[in-house]
Design a protein around this ligand. Structure first.
Ligand code: HSE
Length: 430
């Protein structure tokens, strides 16, 4: 067997603990898969005295990043700290010290992908990042290897386990939002700052990473139109159910004629379709390629062991040399396809609209009239009895309409005196 692959792990939280567990508990199996032993040489943490759930030999723990990355017995630095400050400096320092990098840090790659990929190229090193998107689903490998022959035309996914867990709990168990989110935090799915999950930022980061790999295009997450799940109400979930749908936070990329639209938003997904059945913290990614057609990948999207599974797969690929060869061929530091980003205004979809209106004659006629002014045709309407304050929720499902036209109509509707609160809208079955 070749020389062992030396590893320095940065961070020993939820995922780091899973990686330590795999490296320590199945070393023989991993050595057979990698063709050499995988040896953990340092675990860099902020506080050595902190109680940890994982079983790291105390002698490996250090607070000294410089010592760990300058160790000549270390070949690969595995960054599992997260965030874009300390982690970014550490990754750049590791590359400059001649180490390959494995990271699960989607925020870093989404915000600073071009810079860190270019640094790796400059230093003749590689970065592998399977753990950064969709936890245990090997979607980066799917795009860089399995579907590499294809021109990808559509990529659609449930990419945030926390949001899917919360929406599933609100739908299936009638759980309230805060209780479900607290449970997702307790189970280790949520980010250190769960705002990043629920406001759609985490899914936007992951979509930016996937889009770079799938479409060879660089963008910043702020260029992705994004709506989170914070405003999804139990009433919307109930009305969606009456329309035969469940609400999911969907990340969506569509390519038409060299123009790419990107969107993260709650969507009403029709029951019985594959994405509707993705429950709890599970993720799923649908990829459409021009040669392969429609494909779907499903698995645990968050949590210690699923993400550790992806991280250790990257370490094995580094040990074999596969990750380095793929990184060199992909040239992610200089996207070249000339694909342009386009606003979502032209994306055509059905929409769900909820209007909270005064329950009086002519309100439905007024709303449908304002929709008709933008050529928006109604497919279904649901109205329940008025509440004590005389208002009622009017749920309208439209036929296909470009998002820009829908928004223009809602701007008019929002000015109506009959409206008790601003209109709510979500796309249906993108
Ligand atoms: N907070 C993320 C999620 C963790 O809930 O999906 C995995 O990236």
């Amino acid at each position: 067997m070749s020389e062992p692959l030396g590893i320095a792990l940065l961070g020993c939280g939820t995922v780091g603990g899973g990686v330590v567990q795999l490296l320590r508990n199945r070393s023989d199996h991993l050595a057979r898969r990698a063709g050499r032993a995988l040896e953990l040489r340092h675990v860099v943490v902020r506080d050595i005295s902190k109680q940890r759930s994982c079983d790291v030999p105390r002698g490996l723990l250090t607070t000294d990043l410089a010592k760990a990355i300058s160790d000549s017995r270390v070949n690969v630095v595995v960054e599992l700290v997260g965030g874009t400050t300390w982690a970014k400096d550490a990754v750049l320092a590791a590359l400059a010290a001649g180490k390959d990098v494995v990271t699960a840090n989607k925020a870093l790659l989404a915000e600073f992908g071009t810079e860190v990929f270019a640094a790796a190229h400059h230093h003749g090193r590689a970065i592998a990042f399977e753990g950064s998107v969709a936890g245990g689903i090997p979607i980066i490998g799917v795009l860089t290897q399995g579907l590499a022959a294809n021109r990808i035309t559509r990529l659609q996914g449930i990419l945030n386990g926390t949001c899917n867990f919360v929406l599933s709990a609100m739908t299936d168990d009638k759980s309230d939002y805060n209780t479900a989110l607290a449970e997702a935090q307790r189970l280790g799915y949520a980010e250190a700052d769960p705002t990043l999950d629920v406001d759609g930022s985490d899914a936007a980061h992951k979509l930016a990473v996937l889009a770079r790999v799938a479409f060879d295009v660089a963008m910043l997450p702020k260029q992705i139109e994004r709506r989170g799940i914070v405003d999804v109400s139990p009433l919307d979930i109930r009305l969606a159910g009456e329309l035969g749908c469940v609400i999911k936070l969907i990340a969506d990329a569509q390519l038409h004629d060299n123009e790419l639209t990107l969107l993260v938003a709650p969507v009403l997904v029709r029951r019985g379709t594959p994405l509707a059945d993705v429950a709890g913290a599970y993720n799923a990614v649908r990829v459409v390629g021009d040669a392969v057609g429609d494909t779907l990948f499903y698995g645990a999207g968050a949590g210690a062991m699923p993400t550790a599974s992806a991280v250790v797969a990257d370490i094995i690929d580094m040990a074999i040399g596969r990750a380095q060869a793929t990184f060199k061929a992909m040239r992610l530091w200089e996207p070249t396809t000339g694909i342009r980003l386009r606003s979502n205004d032209d994306v055509v979809s059905r929409f769900y609209i909820r209007l909270t209106v005064a329950d009086k004659p002519g309100v439905l006629a007024e709303a449908s009239g304002l929709l008709a002014m933008e050529q928006i045709s109604i497919a279904e309407v649901i109205q329940h009895e008025a509440t004590n304050d005389g208002s009622t929720a009017l749920a309208i499902a439209t036929h296909l309409v470009p998002a820009g036209k829908l928004r223009a109509a809602l701007d008019r509707i929002n000015q109506s005196d009959s409206l008790r609160e601003p209109a709510v809208y979500y796309a249906m079955g993108l």
